[in-house]
Design a protein around this ligand. Structure first.
Ligand code: ADP
Ligand code: MG
Length: 318
C-alpha cells in the first residue's frame, strides 16, 4: 500500500462542506471564509511514546489528534472549520490506519471540521500532526493577555483526571469503573467549544490546559503582565481521581498533570453571574479557584500558606 493508496482508502471522504472549494487531491486546499469572521490557525504534533503511550488504542489517537487542536481553537473563542493532517508512519499497518482514521473522523464530525488535505510520509516513528483553521468574531477573541488584578481565576471540569488516566494506561491496575473513567478522560478529552465561544463576551483571558493547571495558568498571567493565587482547597477533584489515587496525589495531578484540555479563564467579578448561568445552561462544571493579583508570579495557597510545587508541568527540551 503506497502513500496514495493510504490517502484514498483512509482519508478521502465524501462530505458536503460548501466552504471547501478545493479539498484533498490538489496541491492545496481552497477555503471560503464566512464574511466578517477572522481566521484562527493552530497546529499540534503528537509523537508516539511522547504524547501518547503505545497502549492507547489507535482510534483514540485519531480522536485526540483532532480534539487537542479544537481545544486551542476554542481557547481563542473560535469555531473549528477545516483541518489538514501530516502523518508519518514507520509501517502502513491497515488495522492501525483504519482505527486511526475512524477516530479522526469521529472527532471531525463531532466538532464540525472538514479534512481538506495533508501529507503522508514514512519515517522511523509514528508522528501525527494536525493543523486546524477556525473562525472567530474579531470583536470577541479570547486572548491570554487581558487578565487584570481583581479578576477571578476559573477552571472548567475537574483537572487532573487525564494525568490519572495516563498513569493508569502506562501502569495498568485491575479494571474498575473509576479507572475506566479516568482513562477515558485522557483518551477522550471534553472540548468545551460552545462554552468557550459564548464565554468570550464575559472573560478577560483564557487558555486551555495542556501542560498542567499551574503551568498554563502561569502562562496566562505572564502574558497579562499579572500574577495571582490559586486556593488548593477550591481546586475541584473528581471522586474517581480521589478514590483511585488518594487526595495528596489527586491534588498533585490536578495542579501539575497535563492533557486535561479543560479551560482556565479569568473574568472580572461582575461577569461571575453570567458565567455560572452559561455553565449551568450547557451542563458544564465551572469553579472559581483563585484571584488575579498585581504582583507577577502564580502561587498556590492552602490555609494561607504557599504550597511548594515540585514539578509544575511538562516542558520539551528541559
Ligand atoms: P503534493 O505532492 O502536492 O504535496 P501529495 O501528493 O503529498 O501532494 O498529496 C496528494 C493530496 O492528498 C493532496 O491534496 C494532499 O493535501 C492530500 N493528502 C496527503 N496526505 C493526506 C492525509 N494524510 N490526509 C488527508 N489528505 C492528505
Ligand atoms: Mg503539489
Amino acid at each position: 500500500m503506497d502513500e496514495f493508496e493510504i490517502i484514498r482508502r483512509y482519508f478521502v471522504r465524501q462530505g458536503r462542506d460548501d466552504s471547501v472549494l478545493t479539498g484533498i487531491g490538489d496541491d492545496g486546499a481552497v477555503l471560503l471564509p464566512a464574511a466578517g469572521r477572522a481566521l484562527v490557525s493552530v497546529v499540534d504534533t503528537m509523537i508516539e511514546g511522547v504524547h501518547w503511550p503505545p497502549a492507547l488504542p489507535p482510534r483514540d489517537v485519531g480522536y485526540r489528534a483532532v480534539a487537542v487542536n479544537v481545544s486551542d481553537i476554542a481557547a481563542m473563542g473560535g469555531t473549528p472549520r477545516w483541518m489538514t493532517l501530516a502523518l508519518t508512519l514507520a509501517v502502513a499497518d491497515e488495522a492501525w490506519l483504519s482505527e486511526f482514521s475512524a477516530g479522526l473522523f469521529e472527532a471531525a464530525a463531532e466538532f464540525g471540521v472538514s479534512l481538506v488535505g495533508g501529507d503522508t510520509t514514512q519515517g522511523g516513528q509514528a508522528v501525527v500532526s494536525v493543523q486546524v483553521t477556525g473562525d472567530v468574531d474579531p470583536e470577541h477573541v479570547l486572548e491570554r493577555t487581558g487578565a487584570a488584578a481583581g479578576d477571578g481565576i476559573y477552571v472548567t471540569g475537574t483537572p487532573g483526571d487525564a494525568a490519572g488516566g495516563l498513569a493508569l494506561l502506562t501502569h495498568p491496575r485491575s479494571d474498575s469503573a473509576d479507572s475506566r473513567y479516568l482513562i477515558g478522560r485522557f483518551s477522550r478529552p471534553c472540548i468545551r467549544v460552545a462554552f468557550a465561544t459564548a464565554l468570550a463576551k464575559f472573560a478577560s483571558a483564557a487558555i486551555d490546559l495542556s501542560d498542567g493547571l499551574m503551568a498554563d495558568t502561569g502562562k496566562l498571567l505572564d502574558a497579562s503582565g499579572a500574577g495571582g493565587s490559586i486556593d488548593a482547597a477550591r481546586v475541584p477533584l473528581s471522586g474517581e481521581l480521589r478514590r483511585a489515587f488518594g487526595d495528596p496525589q489527586a491534588l498533585q495531578f490536578a495542579l501539575t498533570g497535563g492533557d486535561d484540555y479543560e479551560l482556565c479563564f479569568t473574568a472580572p467579578p461582575r461577569g461571575a453571574t453570567d458565567i455560572f448561568a452559561l455553565a449551568a445552561r450547557l451542563g458544564i462544571r465551572v469553579t472559581r479557584i483563585g484571584v488575579v493579583e498585581e504582583a507577577v508570579g502564580l502561587r498556590c495557597v492552602r490555609e494561607g500558606r504557599e504550597l511548594q510545587i515540585a514539578d509544575p508541568g511538562y516542558v520539551h527540551f528541559r
